[in-house]
Write a protein that binds this ligand. Structure first.
Ligand code: NAD
Ligand code: DAU
Length: 347
């Protein structure tokens, strides 16, 4: 199976690349990634052992020439992870979110339509559904979408475009919507890696509002296994929710991280709330479980402790991000400056 993966140098995309290469000897991957601040080739350092089964191409999913040149190679499936993914950044300025999350998805869809690509899989999010009250049932696929942040609105727009290409042109499309991921290689701007890395250096841990917002956590490996099933067995035109029934208020997670690291709770600083902050997310993943036979394998507490250990053991990885050094890796690898499109197999 030939896959075109977009955004494969980010957190979930890079975990997915490894999952697929490890699981299936006959899978080869072209990885199209712009290497924004969130894309990090160091996430893929170990991919060299897979030789030509992984090929990295630097480029923008919103660039029709770049996208068509890769899609004309006729992959069996296009899996679209590429996105601007951080809610706080979308509140500061949402231009890049419109460019990548909406325009980029449209460019990919048009190219897939033109080259009759057998399947398009859109990696979406629970945030498109909006916010739940504490006593509401978890989101089902039939819930109305009701996004509250510019990020969520851009992802919801992309979902609607995907749906429309399925309905209008009969394209084979599947959408997955997952809850909050955690695990190795998550950029340290997101809650869990930010709190771990700050705590390790005795920096303040900024908790928004009253700290009682609830997120439904899933280990990135369980998410990757679910996407793998959606690619192979998902029904065309369907949406699949993914979640591991692990709801926790933010403050509980932050305290657990501090306890695990034997750090004082006095590092917690309550700060001004995020505007439009969704109170609670929770996913009903019954369709994924019943139709595709998926179930999460990683217990949250165990997965969180492993993740804390991973950040302790990989301090160099996140220190290079915090210092900005990781941005040089591309030049070190290619011996050329950032800017032009480049392509390289992993061998
Ligand atoms: P991330 O920010 O870690 O990675 C995004 C990747 O996309 C980066 O490698 C970046 O360089 C690349 N990219 C950005 N703009 C691009 C463009 N125009 N062209 C090509 N590449 C571009 O994101 P993530 O957390 O790994 O999320 C991946 C996907 O999963 C996103 O679509 C996100 O909406 C979705 N998602 C994330 C979560 C989560 O908890 N992190 C949960 C559900 C769904
Ligand atoms: O639910 C899926 C979504 O999860 C994905 O679609 C997004 O790409 C991903 O970024 C994530 O969005 P969240 O906004 O839920 O994640 P974040 O890590 O930014 O925040 C998690 C919770 O922690 C949220 O309630 C805000 C809070 N928070 C976050 C940060 C960064 C804090 O209290 N302090 C912080 O410094």
């Amino acid at each position: 199976m030939k896959l075109l993966v977009t955004g494969g140098c980010g957190f979930i995309g890079s975990n997915f690349v490894f999952h697929m290469l490890e699981s299936y000897p006959d899978v080869s991957i072209v990885n199209l990634d712009l290497l924004t601040y969130a894309g990090n080739l160091e996430n893929l350092q170990d991919v060299t052992s897979y030789g030509e089964r992984h090929r990295f191409v630097r480029g923008d999913i919103s660039d029709p020439d770049m996208v068509c040149s890769l899609i004309s190679e006729k992959p069996d499936v296009v899996v679209n992870f590429a996105a601007e993914s951080h809610v706080d950044r979308s509140i500061m300025d949402c231009c890049a979110f419109i460019h990548t999350n909406i325009r980029g998805t449209q460019v990919l869809l048009d190219a897939c339509r033109q080259y009759k690509i057998p399947r398009f899989v859109q990696i979406s999010t629970d945030e498109v559904y909006g916010s739940l009250a504490l006593d509401d049932p978890p989101f089902c696929e039939t819930n109305q979408i009701c996004p509250n942040s510019p990020y969520a609105a851009s992802k919801a727009s992309a979902d609607l475009l995907v749906r429309s290409y399925h309905k209008t042109y009969g394209m084979d499309c599947v959408i997955t919507r997952c809850s909050n991921n955690y695990g190795p290689y998550q950029f340290p701007e997101k809650l869990i890696p930010l709190m771990i890395t700050n705590a390790l250096h005795d920096f303040q841990l900024p908790v928004y509002g009253d700290g009682l917002n609830v997120r439904d956590w899933i280990h990135v490996q369980d998410h990757c296994r679910a996407i793998d099933l959606a690619i192979r067995k998902g029904r065309t035109g369907e949406v699949y929710n993914i979640g591991a029934d692990s709801e926790f208020p933010n403050i509980e997670i932050v305290k657990h991280i501090l306890d695990r690291l034997s750090k004082s709770h006095s590092l917690i600083t309550f700060v001004k709330d995020r505007p439009g902050h969704d109170r609670r997310y929770a996913m009903n993943a019954a369709k994924m479980r019943n139709e595709l036979g998926w179930q999460p394998l990683v217990d949250f507490r165990e997965g969180l402790n492993q993740t804390i250990s991973w950040y302790i053991e990989h301090e160099m990885w996140w220190q290079r991000i915090k210092s900005g050094q990781y941005l040089n890796y591309y030049e070190e690898w290619y011996g050329s400056s950032l800017g032009g499109a480049a392509t390289k197999t992993s061998s």
